[in-house]
Design a protein around this ligand. Structure first.
Ligand SMILES: Nc1ncnc2c1ncn2[C@@H]1O[C@H](COP(=O)(O)OP(=O)(O)OP(=O)(O)O)[C@@H](O)[C@H]1O
Ligand SMILES: *[C@@H]1O[C@H](CO)[C@@H](O)[C@H](O)[C@H]1NC(C)=O
Ligand SMILES: *[C@@H]1O[C@H](CO)[C@@H](O)[C@H](O)[C@H]1NC(C)=O
Ligand SMILES: *[C@@H]1O[C@H](CO)[C@@H](O)[C@H](O)[C@H]1NC(C)=O
Ligand SMILES: *[C@@H]1O[C@H](CO)[C@@H](O)[C@H](O)[C@H]1NC(C)=O
Ligand SMILES: *[C@@H]1O[C@H](CO)[C@@H](O)[C@H](O)[C@H]1NC(C)=O
Ligand SMILES: *[C@@H]1O[C@H](CO)[C@@H](O)[C@H](O)[C@H]1NC(C)=O
Ligand SMILES: *[C@@H]1O[C@H](CO)[C@@H](O)[C@H](O)[C@H]1NC(C)=O
Ligand SMILES: *[C@@H]1O[C@H](CO)[C@@H](O)[C@H](O)[C@H]1NC(C)=O
Ligand SMILES: *[C@@H]1O[C@H](CO)[C@@H](O)[C@H](O)[C@H]1NC(C)=O
Ligand SMILES: *[C@@H]1O[C@H](CO)[C@@H](O)[C@H](O)[C@H]1NC(C)=O
Ligand SMILES: *[C@@H]1O[C@H](CO)[C@@H](O)[C@H](O)[C@H]1NC(C)=O
Ligand SMILES: *[C@@H]1O[C@H](CO)[C@@H](O)[C@H](O)[C@H]1NC(C)=O
Ligand SMILES: [Mg+2]
Length: 818
C-alpha cells in the first residue's frame, strides 16, 4: 500500500514540476502521424499543445483550439497515410506534396488514402508528385467524399483507371490539378456540371477522345489544360462561352479543324497554346486581335492560306507569335519585332520579296518540324514546288527559283470568270445524267468550315487555291501529252484515262482526266477535294502535284509512279523474282502506313473506299504508295441515310456494308486484309476458274491455313523462299483484317504496330534490284469489270468511276469539327 502511495505522489510531483506541459489529443495525434510516416519533426514536442508551441507546418484556427492546416511538403513522409490523421477533424488544408524540382526530403506517400475519410472540413488537399499509382489500382474513392474540397492537387501521381467521374460530386471544387497521371478516357462530359471550377488541368493522360463540348459550361474557368491528352477531333465551338478563360492549353494532341469562329468571344484569353496538332484551318485576323492575347502558339500544325499581312501593335497585343511548321501561304507578314519580341514563322510556304519585283515561294519543311517526320520522308514528302521552281534541298524541302506573280494572278481570275459563264448550261445536262445513277449522298463539305472564301453559289469569287499544288492550264497539259495522245496513255480506270506527261525540266507526271464533264456544282466539289488532297502528305500516298479545272474538265496531276501498279507486278509471271517475300512485307507495311495516315489525318477520317492492288502504285525504288484516296470520300458519321451506291470493287468490298449501309475506316481495313492475302498467295481475290466453290480468296485461305499451315497458301512463284514465321503472322493478320464483322477487325494503327516489328526482325534476303521496269507485254492490267455495279447501261467502267471519284456530287453537309 505504501509503495503504491509513493508512486502516486511521485507522479503528482512530476506533473506539477512541469506546469507548461499540457498534452492535447491533437498533439498526440500529430506525434503519432509523424511516427507512422517516419518523418522527423524536431519542433513537434510531445506533450505540448500544437496550437501554442510553434510546431512547424502546423497552424490552428483563430482561437488556437484546433489544427486547421498541416503542411508536410518534402517532409520525407514514407508509407501510407496514418490513421491518426483522421482525428484532426478540423483540418482544412493538408499539403503532403513534393515541391517541383526539389530533390530533398522527398515524400513517398503510398496506400489508399482512406484515412482521410473523416476530414470532412478539408478544403485544400495537395498530394502532388506522390507515387500513389503504385499502390492504387484506381483513383482513391475517399477523395470523392470530401465534399468541402475547393482545391485538389494530385498531379504527377501515376494515378490509374478511368477518369474519376465521382469528383463531380464535389460541388465546391474550384481548382482541379490532375495533370500527368495515367487515367484512361474518355474525359467525362459530366465535368461540364462542375460550374464552380476555375482551374482545370488534366493533361498528360491517354484519354483518346474528343474534347467534351460540355466543358463550355464552365463559365468561371480561367485555366484549361489538356496537353498530351491523346485528343482528336476539333476544338469545340462551345468553348467560345468561356469568357473568363485566360489560358487554353491543348498542345501535343491530334486535334483537327480550324479555330472556331466562336472563340472571338474569348476576350480574357492570354495564352492560346495549340502547337503540335493537326489543325488545318486558316488564321483569321480576329485571332491575333483578341484584346488580351499575349501568347499564340500554332507551331507544328497544318494551317494554311494567307495570314494577316501586318503583325504589329495596331493589329495585335501579342508578344509571342509562333506559327512555324505550317503551310501558310501568301506574302510573308511584316512583323514588328519591337512590339512582338518572339516570333517564329519559318517552315511555311510564304512568298518572299525577291529581286526585281519577283517573289520567291519557299515551302520548307525543316528537320526541326518534328511532327512532320512521321509523314514525310527525305524524298517523297516534300510539298511540290511552284512552277518554275525546283527542290533545292530534299532534306529540308526547300524550293528555289523565281516566279512573277502579277501575270499569274490575272490569268487565274480570268479563267475562273470565263469558265463560270460557260458551264451553266452544260451543268444542267451533266447533273441530270449523273442523277440517273447516283443519288445525293452526304460527305464532308470542306467549304463550310475551312474555306471561308469559297461558298456554294459564289462561283464568281476567285478561288483561293492551295499553293502547295500547281494549277495547270489545259494548254500546259496538252503540251505535256501531245494533246492526250495514245502514246501517252498509261492506263484507264473508273475516273477516266491516265496519261504520262512530259513537263519542262524533264519532269514526268501522271495526268488523270475525268471521262465525263461536270457541273458547276461539281466544280466547287472538285476544288474542295483538291484542297483536301493538297493537304495530305505522306511518303506512302501518291502525291498530288497539281490539277486543272478549266472548262468542264476535271484533271488531277499526280507524281508519276514509274513502276506502275501492284496488280501488274503481283500477277505477272516474274512476280517471284522482283516481289520477293521481303519486298511483299515491305509493301504491306507501306500500304498500312499510308492508310493509317488517311484514317488519322482528319476527323471524320478520310476513308479510301477502294483499296485494291491497282490502286497501290510503286515508285522507282518499289516503294508502295496508295493512290486514289481522298476524292469524294464520305464521312461515316454523316453517312446516316445512305442513298447511294458506294464505290468499291467486288472482293475487296466490306461485306458489312450490305447490312449496315455504312462505310467506315474498318471497310478499308477489310480491303487491306484482302490485299494482304493477295500479296501472300499471289492469287486474285475472286477466281471462279481455278478455285471453283472457293472462288473467294478468303474462303480458300481459311481452311488451308487452319488445317495445313502457311505453306499451302503461299504464292508458288516464291519457290519456297520466304520466312514461315513472318508469313504465318501476316496471314493471320490478313484474316483478322478481313473479318466479316467490322467489330472484329483491328484498326490500321494496330496493323502498323503489328507489322512494323516484323520488318525490323526480318533478315532481308539478297539485295534486290531496285529498278524494275514494267514490261508491257507481261500481263498488262486492265480493269476486269470488277466494279460492283456491272450491268449499268453506261458500262461498268465509267459507272464505277463516278461512284468512286464522283467529282460531280452535289450533296453538302457540314464537316463536324468536333
Ligand atoms: N500516278 C500514277 N503514276 C503512274 N501510273 C499511274 C498513276 N496513276 C494511275 N496510273 C496507272 O493508270 C492505271 C489506271 O488508273 P485508274 O486509277 O484510273 O484506274 P484503276 O486504279 O485501275 O481503277 P479505279 O478507277 O478503281 O481506281 C493504274 O492502274 C496505274 O497503272
Ligand atoms: C495562438 O498561439 C500563438 C502562438 O502559437 C499566439 O501568438 C497567439 O496569440 C495565440 N492566439 C490566441 C487567440 O490565443
Ligand atoms: C507548404 O509549404 C511550402 C513551402 O515549404 C509552400 O510552398 C506551400 O505553399 C505550403 N502549402 C500550403 C498549403 O500552404
Ligand atoms: C516508395 O515506396 C514504394 C512502396 O513502399 C517503393 O516501392 C518505392 O521504391 C519508394 N520510392 C522511393 C523513391 O523511395
Ligand atoms: C485501405 O488500406 C487499409 C490498410 O492498408 C485497409 O485496411 C482498407 O481496407 C483499405 N481501404 C480501401 C477502401 O481499400
Ligand atoms: C499545394 O496546393 C495548394 C492548394 O491546394 C497550394 O496552396 C500549395 O502551395 C501547394 N503546395 C505546393 C508545395 O506547391
Ligand atoms: C455522388 O453523389 C451521388 C448522390 O448525390 C451518389 O449516388 C454517388 O454515389 C456519388 N458518387 C461518388 C463517386 O461518390
Ligand atoms: C463564378 O464566379 C463568380 C465570381 O467569383 C461567382 O459569383 C459565381 O457564383 C461563380 N459561378 C459559379 C457557377 O460558381
Ligand atoms: C459571342 O457572344 C455573344 C453573346 O453571348 C453572342 O451573341 C455571339 O453570337 C457570340 N459570338 C460568336 C462569334 O459566337
Ligand atoms: C490591346 O489592348 C488594349 C487594352 O489594353 C485594347 O484597348 C486594344 O484594343 C488591344 N489591341 C488589340 C489589337 O486588340
Ligand atoms: C501596322 O499595321 C498597319 C495595318 O494594320 C499598317 O498600316 C502599318 O503600316 C503597320 N505599321 C508598321 C510600323 O508596320
Ligand atoms: C534585276 O534587274 C537588273 C537591272 O534591270 C538586272 O541587271 C539583274 O540581272 C536583274 N536580276 C535578276 C535576278 O533578274
Ligand atoms: C540540305 O540541308 C541539310 C541540313 O542543313 C544539309 O545537311 C544537307 O547537306 C543539304 N543538302 C543539300 C543537297 O544541300
Ligand atoms: Mg486507281
Amino acid at each position: 500500500m505504501a509503495h503504491q502511495l509513493w508512486l502516486l505522489v511521485s507522479a503528482l510531483v512530476l506533473l506539477s514540476s512541469a506546469p507548461t506541459v499540457v498534452a492535447t489529443p491533437e498533439g498526440d495525434a500529430l506525434i503519432q502521424v509523424a511516427k507512422d510516416w517516419q518523418t522527423s519533426q524536431p519542433s513537434w514536442l510531445p506533450g505540448t499543445d500544437p496550437c501554442k508551441g510553434g510546431w512547424v507546418g502546423v497552424s490552428c484556427d483563430a482561437q488556437n483550439i484546433s489544427v486547421i492546416s498541416l503542411n508536410l511538403t518534402n517532409a520525407n513522409l514514407q508509407g501510407p497515410v496514418p490513421m491518426a490523421i483522421g482525428s484532426l477533424t478540423s483540418l482544412q488544408a493538408l499539403d503532403i506534396s513534393n515541391i517541383k524540382y526539389s530533390s530533398q526530403n522527398l515524400n513517398n506517400v503510398t496506400g489508399n488514402l482512406s484515412a482521410l475519410a473523416t476530414l470532412q472540413n478539408l478544403q485544400n488537399l495537395n498530394a502532388s508528385r506522390q507515387n500513389l499509382g503504385l499502390t492504387n489500382t484506381k483513383f482513391p474513392e475517399v477523395i470523392q467524399t470530401l465534399s468541402n474540397l475547393r482545391s485538389l492537387t494530385m498531379d504527377h501521381a501515376l494515378l490509374p483507371g478511368p477518369f474519376p467521374v465521382g469528383l463531380t460530386n464535389l460541388t465546391k471544387l474550384e481548382v482541379m490539378y490532375l495533370g500527368n497521371n495515367s487515367f484512361t478516357g474518355p474525359i467525362p462530359p459530366e465535368l461540364g456540371r462542375m460550374t464552380t471550377l476555375k482551374e482545370l488541368t488534366i493533361w498528360g493522360s491517354n484519354y483518346n477522345c474528343r474534347l467534351p463540348p460540355e466543358l463550355g459550361n464552365l463559365v468561371n474557368l480561367t485555366y484549361l489544360n489538356c496537353n498530351r491528352c491523346f485528343l482528336w477531333g476539333g476544338l469545340p465551338p462551345e468553348y467560345g462561352k468561356l469568357k473568363n478563360l485566360q489560358r487554353m492549353h491543348f498542345y501535343k494532341n491530334t486535334l483537327t479543324g480550324p479555330i472556331p469562329n466562336e472563340y472571338r468571344n474569348l476576350t480574357s484569353l492570354v495564352e492560346l497554346r495549340l502547337e503540335s496538332n493537326n489543325l488545318f484551318g486558316s488564321l483569321e485576323p480576329w485571332v491575333i486581335g483578341l484584346p488580351t492575347l499575349d501568347l499564340l502558339n500554332l507551331n507544328f500544325n497544318q494551317m494554311y492560306k494567307s495570314m494577316p499581312p501586318y503583325i504589329n501593335r495596331t493589329t495585335t497585343n501579342l508578344t509571342q507569335f509562333l506559327v512555324k511548321c505550317n503551310y501558310f501561304t501568301g506574302r510573308y507578314p511584316i512583323v514588328d519585332a519591337a512590339s512582338i519580341p518572339t516570333s517564329e514563322l519559318d517552315a511555311n510556304c510564304f512568298e518572299n520579296p525577291g529581286v526585281n519585283g519577283t517573289l520567291d515561294v519557299q515551302c520548307s519543311r525543316e528537320l526541326s518540324c518534328i511532327p512532320f517526320q512521321n509523314y514525310l520522308n527525305s524524298n517523297g514528302g516534300c510539298p511540290p514546288c511552284p512552277k518554275g521552281q525546283y527542290i533545292a534541298n530534299q532534306t529540308l524541302c526547300i524550293c528555289f527559283g523565281d516566279k512573277t506573280l502579277s501575270t499569274k494572278k490575272t490569268s487565274i481570275t480570268a479563267i475562273v470568270g470565263g469558265v463560270v459563264g460557260g458551264i451553266v448550261a452544260l451543268a444542267a445536262v451533266a447533273l441530270l445524267l449523273i442523277c440517273l445513277w447516283i443519288r445525293r449522298r452526304k460527305k464532308f463539305d470542306l467549304n463550310h468550315d475551312f474555306f471561308y472564301t469559297v461558298r456554294d453559289g459564289d462561283k464568281d469569287e476567285p478561288w483561293e487555291q492551295p499553293k502547295g499544288v500547281y494549277r495547270y492550264t489545259l494548254d500546259d497539259l496538252k503540251r505535256a501529252t501531245s494533246n492526250f495522245s495514245k502514246e501517252h496513255e498509261i492506263g484507264s480506270g473508273g475516273f477516266g484515262k491516265v496519261f504520262s506527261g512530259k513537263f519542262p525540266g524533264n519532269k514526268t507526271l501522271a495526268i488523270k482526266r475525268a471521262s465525263i464533264s461536270t457541273s458547276a456544282n461539281g466544280q466547287t466539289q472538285f476544288r474542295n477535294e483538291v484542297l483536301l488532297l493538297s493537304r495530305l502528305h505522306h511518303k506512302n500516298l501518291v502525291r498530288l502535284e497539281g490539277f486543272c479545272d478549266e472548262n468542264d474538265l476535271q484533271i488531277l496531276v499526280y507524281e508519276f509512279m514509274r513502276n506502275g501498279n501492284l496488280h501488274n507486278h503481283l500477277f505477272r509471271k516474274s512476280a517471284g523474282k522482283y516481289l520477293n517475300w521481303y519486298k511483299r512485307l515491305e509493301i504491306a507495311v507501306q500500304i498500312a502506313q499510308g492508310l493509317e495516315y488517311l484514317h488519322s489525318f482528319a476527323d471524320p477520317p478520310v476513308i479510301h473506299r477502294d483499296v485494291k492492288p491497282s490502286n497501290i502504285l510503286l515508285d522507282d525504288n518499289l516503294v508502295a504508295k496508295v493512290a486514289d484516296f481522298g476524292i469524294s470520300k464520305e464521312s461515316p458519321e454523316l453517312h446516316t441515310h445512305v442513298s447511294t451506291h458506294p464505290a468499291g470493287t467486288i472482293g475487296y468490298f466490306d461485306p458489312e456494308y450490305f447490312t449496315t449501309q455504312k462505310l467506315t475506316t474498318a471497310s478499308d481495313v477489310y480491303s487491306y486484309g484482302v490485299v494482304l492475302l493477295e500479296l501472300l498467295t499471289g492469287q486474285k481475290v475472286i477466281d471462279h476458274v481455278s478455285r471453283g466453290e472457293e472462288y473467294n480468296l478468303i474462303k480458300w485461305v481459311e481452311p488451308r491455313l487452319r488445317d495445313g499451315g502457311i505453306d499451302l497458301i503461299v504464292d508458288p512463284k516464291l519457290e519456297g523462299n520466304y520466312s514461315r514465321e513472318i508469313f504465318q503472322q501476316m496471314a493471320e493478320l490478313a484474316l483478322h483484317c478481313s473479318a466479316s464483322e467490322k467489330k472484329d477487325r483491328p484498326t490500321m494503327k494496330a496493323v502498323v504496330i503489328q507489322l512494323e516489328p516484323l520488318l525490323q526482325e526480318a533478315d532481308q534476303p539478297q539485295p534486290t534490284t531496285h529498278m524494275v521496269w514494267i514490261d508491257p507485254s507481261d500481263s498488262t492490267y486492265t480493269p476486269d469489270n470488277e466494279s460492283i455495279f456491272t450491268g449499268s447501261t453506261t458500262g461498268s467502267s465509267s459507272n464505277h468511276s463516278f461512284s468512286i471519284h464522283s467529282a460531280t456530287e452535289t450533296h453538302h453537309s457540314t464537316f463536324d469539327p468536333r
